[in-house]
Ligand binder design. Structure first.
Ligand SMILES: *Cc1c(COP(=O)(O)O)cnc(C)c1O
Length: 382
């Protein structure tokens, strides 16, 4: 056999930003739903998945809903937030955190982020409190954790409610305490790219039993928890299906292994990019991140679109971090949020799913290096 002049390229596919691992009990549990015909929102997987999330987070109650956005709306509604109220929210977040405030009739008040961890700046929160402020909505982005000690101190001092958006932070702890259990309510998303997925899905967690009962009743059309077709309060249909919960249970059974692999991937990215002029989120030492999406700031002056195209040409998908809500048409504000806007302009999220091999991570970094070199932003020794 002739030795080829050049070794053939190994067959390697495109690396997406995220891809769920459904190789555990997910399939078996879904088939149980179908075989038993319990495919709607009654069925044993709902309670089992809720209990698993409660156990994982250390919250007394987990209440399953059909996505992470309605989880936020349900939380705000059940804390009696509505017209005339102001809710302080980071401008640098996913749009749900802001839209759901408006959906209650309340007004979102944007705050800036910290340069270190990219998350809600407690000092800026304090400056934005008015007599109408009713709640704070910290968002634990990319798996990092907001400074909940400072935020809870402000909330207690001003008697404000706190809803923690933990959509990206299942598995994130501060001093061993899971995020979502510091404030009144924590909310989760189980969209396809989240650490645990149910396709579409969400959860609210709460420690207060009265509040938990209200959340549970409200998500199910306001129906009494003990008397069917008796509707005591205004409610919504925000229920999760048993099929979604079956997938979620299969997923959460593997959570420890998924988090460990994601941590190793995040560490490998940091090690392989040490020589590059990029900056990662910096968390306090007492924070354990879920490493949802490994994200970094590109050097000032990088043409992000061009870099992403260059990486895509090498079959590596990436995504920009969120744009600031205060720069979007429906929330357009003249006010500037210098820290958040700088992060939004320069941030890039890298492929971060648990099935990535070390070789895949190396491929991503190689593509990043080449893309930066093409703009004269990384040395050729890279
Ligand atoms: C994913 C996400 C949501 C919304 O979740 P959905 O399940 O997509 O509705 C809310 N907030 C943040 C920060 C998210 O990342």
């Amino acid at each position: 056999m002739n030795t080829p002049k050049r070794a053939p390229l190994p067959v390697r596919g495109r690396i997406p930003v995220y891809q769920p691992d459904l190789t555990g009990n997910e399939r078996r549990y879904v088939l149980e739903c179908i075989d038993s015909s319990w495919i709607s929102s009654l069925g044993t997987f709902i309670g089992r998945f809720e209990a698993a999330v409660a156990e994982t987070t250390g919250a007394r109650q987990g209440i399953a809903v059909c996505n992470g956005t309605v989880a936020l709306h349900l939380a705000l509604h059940c804390l009696d937030i509505g017209p005339g109220d102001e809710v302080i929210v980071p401008t640098f977040t996913y749009i749900s955190s802001v839209n759901t405030i408006v959906q209650t009739g309340a007004t979102p008040v944007f705050a800036d982020s910290l340069a270190s961890d990219w998350l809600l700046d407690p000092a800026d929160v304090e400056r934005r409190i008015t007599p109408r402020t009713k709640a704070i909505l910290p968002v634990h982005l990319y798996g990092a954790a907001c400074d909940m000690r400072a935020i809870m101190a402000i909330a207690q001092h001003h008697q404000l409610k706190v809803v923690e958006d933990c959509a990206e932070a299942l598995g994130t702890h501060i001093n061993g305490q899971h995020v979502g259990t510091f404030g009144d309510i924590g909310t989760f998303s189980f969209f396809g790219n989240k650490t645990v997925t149910t396709g579409e899905g969400g959860m609210v967690i709460a420690n207060d039993e009265t509040l938990a009962a209200r959340l549970r009743m409200t998500k199910g059309q306001g129906q009494s928890l003990t008397r069917r077709y008796w509707h005591e309060i205004l409610g919504f249909n925000y229920r999760m299906t048993n099929i979604a919960a079956a997938i979620g249970l299969g997923q959460i059974e593997k959570l420890d292994a998924v988090l460990a692999r994601k941590r190793a991937i995040a560490e490998l990215y940091r090690r392989l990019t040490k020589h590059l002029p990029v900056t990662f989120q910096v968390s306090d030492p007492d924070v354990t991140s879920s490493n949802w999406l490994v994200s970094l700031l590109l050097p000032p002056g990088t043409d992000r679109e061009r870099l992403m195209q260059a990486m895509s040409d090498q079959e590596i998908d990436t995504r920009p971090v969120f744009y600031c809500a205060s720069t979007m048409p429906m929330y357009a504000s003249q006010e500037r949020f210098p820290v958040a806007e700088n992060i939004a302009a320069r941030g890039l999220s890298l492929p971060s799913y648990p099935l990535l091999s070390d070789e895949d991570v190396t491929r991503v970094v190689d593509a990043l290096v080449k893309g930066l070199q093409a703009q004269g932003l990384a040395g050729s020794a890279g």
